[in-house]
Design a protein around this ligand. Structure first.
Ligand code: FAD
Length: 483
């Protein structure tokens, strides 16, 4: 009684985690309410993350490709930029996908409540209407009562405390707005998000600096993969500052003046037309009144969960960026399905559903730079650090017919096998379309495939995907195509 709405399942947040959970729960017969502060569904990924960044990266990759075509006998004129048109294209891509989600929600009779949700107690959320960008809680309040809840409130970009509030200082969301093309741009943080946005801006005409506290860009990936990317991309940068701390910044008429400390740091402060903060993302766990529901949240704002995605409160689940690393859309989706199935299984007494668990062996990572860098499972660095005996198959793309035909043979594919069992443990690919290929390696790991399984699988010729079969044959010692 007293609530404006009642449901079997309330999902808080409509990103890849939230909408996937809502849809699966509805498909399993639950009455679902999906609470979202933004005007559109899709969360960070569809609105200001994965999708708009890839729309721009595709344009940048094609521009870079054709810029090398003169040597192939085809020349084009100098690229003419129409930024409003490019932005409109990006908007259309996003709109098509978020609109598709709205239609799918309607089809499943998922009730969408627009507004900012906060727990009142373990069975109620108060939702206050939001307007505009969704940051302003201004409208009327309503209460939703739920039997089960899935928290999918995501994360947001970390803001450095000393950065001035200035339109020339942006996070990834601001960078995706593409207000203009700066002459000099600083990327703060050498991770995937920063380097992807840097790729777009540099192809559109910006000169880049990047600053990273650690000793290499694209942490997490093996250095041999990153080296290939870096060799191709060094011309985009004036300064790659590693092991460097950013210690201060000041807004001046000429630009944002940023000071650095470290061996590779310039002694003088540098002036930039645009500074992109890409130093990580922090979870939204502390902003949803979790304590009123009794849900435990860590100091950093993460919500701890078990393998069924359950929080410490048995009927409240959490998924996606808010439960921890890796903060990736495909991880959120799979966790979402587990949480929805467990809850639905318990409601209906279906044991198969209620015993669902998140036990992915591997989660692939992809940098959609040019070339792309993709990896999954055990890395060579990890194998070394942990003393795991591996056998490696390394296939250089300068032996791939397709890569050579594409005029893009800088990459390679490597697979890592357990030296004793010959089963695949991990793999990495650098080159065009690496991200589209890494799924096969993930499947091989999930299936416990060995060198022979992969090597004897017939891949179509000539494709880049053949390189996966070849790498397995190299590990096995049966490859006849590489000297
Ligand atoms: P989110 O997508 O963050 O969604 C959370 C939703 O909850 C948001 O819509 C938010 O408005 C809403 N919300 C939060 N609090 C409340 C509240 N109290 N009330 C109501 N609503 C609330 N991942 C990939 O896998 N591949 C990529 O290529 C990729 N590229 C990226 C590029 C960029 C620039 C960025 C920033 C991220 C990228 N990511 C990528 C990461 C990916 O976007 C996230 O991992 C993913 O969106 C997480 O999904 P989620 O459902 O956990 O949360």
């Amino acid at each position: 009684g007293g609530a404006d709405l009642e449901c079997d399942m309330l999902v808080l947040g409509a990103g890849p985690g939230g909408y996937s959970a809502a849809f699966r729960a509805a498909d399993l017969g639950m009455k679902v309410v999906l609470v979202e502060r933004y005007a559109t569904l899709g969360g960070v990924c569809l609105n200001v993350g994965c999708i708009p960044s890839k729309a721009l990266l595709h344009v940048a990759a094609v521009m870079d490709e054709v810029s090398h075509f003169e040597a192939l006998g085809v020349s084009y004129g100098k690229p003419q930029l129409d930024l409003p048109k490019l932005k409109a294209h990006k908007g259309k891509v996003v709109g098509k996908l978020t609109g598709g989600l709205a239609a799918m929600a309607k089809m499943r009779k998922v009730t969408i409540v627009r507004g900012y949700g906060e727990f009142l107690d373990p069975h109620q959320v108060q939702v206050q209407e939001t307007t505009g960008t969704g940051q302003e809680k201004t409208g009327k309040k309503q209460t939703v009562k739920f039997r089960n809840c899935i928290i999918a409130a995501g994360s947001q970009a970390v803001q450095l405390p000393f950065m001035p509030k200035d339109p020339r200082v942006v996070d990834s969301t601001g960078a995706l707005e593409l207000a203009g093309v700066p002459k000099r741009m600083l990327i703060l943080g050498g991770g995937i998000i920063g380097l992807e946005m840097g790729t777009v801006y540099s192809t559109l005409g910006a000169r880049l600096d990047v600053v990273e506290m650690l000793d290499g860009l694209m942490q997490g990936a093996d250095r041999d993969l990153v080296k290939v990317w870096q060799k191709m991309n060094t011309p985009r940068f004036d300064n790659i500052m590693l092991k460097t701390r950013t210690v201060g910044a000041e807004a001046t008429r000429d630009g944002i003046r940023v000071s650095f400390e470290g061996e590779q740091a310039p002694k003088e402060p540098q002036v930039y037309d645009l500074v992109l903060q890409a130093v990580g993302r922090s979870p939204n766990g502390k902003k949803i009144g979790a304590e009123k529901a009794g849900v435990a949240v860590t100091d950093r704002g993460f919500i701890p969960v078990d393998i069924q995605m359950r929080t410490n409160v048995p009927h409240i689940f959490a998924i996606g960026d808010i439960v921890g690393q890796p903060m990736l859309a495909h991880k959120a989706v799979h966790e979402a399905h587990v949480a929805a199935e467990v809850a639905a299984g318990e409601m209906t007494g279906d044991k198969a559903l209620s015993s669902a668990a998140f036990n992915a062996r591997v989660i692939p990572s992809v940098a959609y730079t040019d070339p792309e860098v993709a990896w999954v499972g055990l890395t060579e660095d990890q194998a070394k650090a942990e003393g795991i005996a591996i056998k490696k198959g390394h296939f250089p793309w300068n032996a791939s017919g397709r890569a050579i035909a594409n005029n893009r043979d800088e990459g390679f594919t490597k697979l890592l096998f357990d030296a004793a069992t010959h089963r695949i443990l991990g793999g990495g690919i650098v080159g065009t379309h690496a991200g589209d290929m890494i799924g096969e390696v993930a499947l091989a790991i999930e299936m416990g495939a060995d060198e022979i399984d992969i090597g004897k699988t017939i891949h179509p010729h000539p494709t880049l995907g053949e390189s996966i079969g070849m790498a397995a044959e190299i590990a096995h010692g049966t490859c006849t195509d590489v000297p």
